[in-house]
Design a protein around this ligand. Structure first.
Ligand SMILES: [Zn+2]
Length: 138
């Protein structure tokens, strides 16, 4: 099965409850020759899964970040969702906070949290989805 390498992007900002410096995982992008429209936000299940698997890879040191990522609870409706929970206090900020983080990250200062290979077919199923933001740093 063919695969491609993707970057998991994060932005460091404090937890609004306990001030723990949290890595907010907000996006996915191909590592090589990415295009802005391929930018994929992590606010839907397929992208959360993919980000979590890359972060949890045994050769990395981001398993704790992977453990902070959660799927949308079944009762929650609406388009946007924040998959990140605080690793220190477990606080789960709502999507407005995630939206604010995303907005700040689009202006710079993001972190390459992890890199890993994913099946091409799986990437095609998720790429460019989420909030449909054109990533300005390609
Ligand atoms: Zn916290």
């Amino acid at each position: 099965m063919s695969s491609l390498q993707v970057d998991v992007l994060a932005y460091e900002a404090p937890c609004e409850r306990c001030s723990f410096p949290l890595w907010w995982v907000f996006g996915l992008l191909p590592s090589y020759r990415p295009r802005g429209e391929e930018f994929t936000t992590t606010d839907f299940p397929g992208a959360v899964d993919m980000a979590r698997r890359v972060l949890a890879a045994p050769d990395g040191d981001t398993a704790d970040i992977a453990a902070q990522l959660h799927d949308r609870p079944a009762w929650q409706r609406g388009r946007s969702f924040n998959p990140n929970r605080c690793g220190a206090c477990g606080h789960h900020a709502d999507w407005h906070v995630f939206d604010g983080i995303l907005n700040r990250a689009c202006h710079g200062g993001w972190i390459h949290a992890a890199v890993g290979r994913v099946p091409v077919l799986e990437w095609r199923a998720v790429r460019g989805r989420g909030q449909g933001i054109y990533w300005p740093y390609c």
